[in-house]
Design a protein around this ligand. Sequence first.
Ligand SMILES: [Fe+2]
Ligand SMILES: [Fe+2]
Length: 352
Amino acid sequence: MRKKIKMDIDACKPRMVMAETIYSDYGAVIVWENTVLDKLTINRLKIFGIEKIWVYEYDESDEEPEESKPRSETEVFSDSYENDTEQFKTILYDLSAGKTVSIEKTVQIADSIYAKKDQRRKIIECITQMRKVDEYTYYHSINVSMLAMLIGKWLRLRPEDNHLLVQAGLLHDIGKSRIPAAIINKPGKLSDEELDEMKKHSEYGYYIVQYMEGIDRRVQEAILYHHEREDGSGYPIGLKGEQIPLFAKVLAIADTFDAMTADRAYKMKNTPFEVFQLMQNDCFGYLDTIILNTFLSNISHYYIGSKVRLNDGRIAEIVYINSQQYGKPVIKIGDEYIDLMAAKGLKIEELI
Ligand SMILES: [Fe+2]
Ligand SMILES: [Fe+2]
C-alpha cells in the first residue's frame, strides 16, 4: 500500500497525488482523493486556506524535469486566467455562505486581469475558445471583465476608470447568485415567470454591492444597468440612450459578445464572424453604435491572417475585413480573392 504523508501546502509540488478528499467549509469538494496535483490545484487549496494536506509518498525521481524549463507566455497567461477564475469562485462561495463581497478580493482579481491589458491577442483567443459548460458563470464573468477592459482601452479611458470597468465586469452578474439554481441551470427555454425572475439579477446584484465599502458608484450603477438598451427596451428601468451610464453601455457589449460566442462554442461552431454579423445587424438600436463600432473594428482586426474552413470545405485565409459587414470578410484561396459580401451561399464554417 502506498504510504500517506502529511505535508505543508507550501511544500507540495505538481505531480504529487492527493491521499484525501478536501472539502470547503460549506461541504463542497475542493479536491478529490487521487487527484494529481498541479499548480492550479495547489493554488486553489491555498485560496481556501488549507495549510496541510495528506498526499501519497512521493519519489523525488518522479519529479518532472520540465519544471525547470521556462514556461511559454501562453502557459503563463492561461494559468493566470484559470487562477482569476478560481479566485472569483471564492467570491461566490463567500456570498452563498452569507458573507458580503470583499472589495479587497475584487480589487485583487481586477489587478490580475488589468495586468494582462496589453496581451490583447491572448485575451481574444482565450475568450473564443471552447469552454467548460458547467463553469459558464465563472468564466463568463472573467471574460466580460477582460472584454470590457479591451473596450475601455479602445475608447481610451483613463487607466483608473478602466480598472473600475474591470471590477464592474467581474461583478456584473453577481446577482445571479440569488436566482434559484433550477432557473439558472434550466436547459430549455425559460417560462415567462422564470424569465422575469432571471431579469431581477441586475437589481439583486446592485443590492449586493450597495453597501460594499470602497466600491465606486459607477461600478454599482454599471451592475444595475448592464441590461438597459439604447431604445429603452432593456431592464430594470427602461433607460434610453444617454440616460445609460458609459460603464453599463460597455458591459452590455462585452456581455453580448461573450454570451453569443459561448452559445456558438457549445454548438461546436466557433466562428467569431457569425457573432460579429449578429452584433452588427441584430443589435443595431440596442447597443451604443459608437462603442459597438469601436469594438467590432478593433476586435475583428485580430482575425486578419486567420485560416478558416468554408461551407464548401475549402480552406481560406482572412485578408481584409470590411466595416460594412464585419462578419463577411474578404478571403484568399490560393491566388483567388473572394469577397464574402458578394459571394452568395459561401460562408465561413469554422476557424482553424
Ligand atoms: Fe446580466
Ligand atoms: Fe452577463
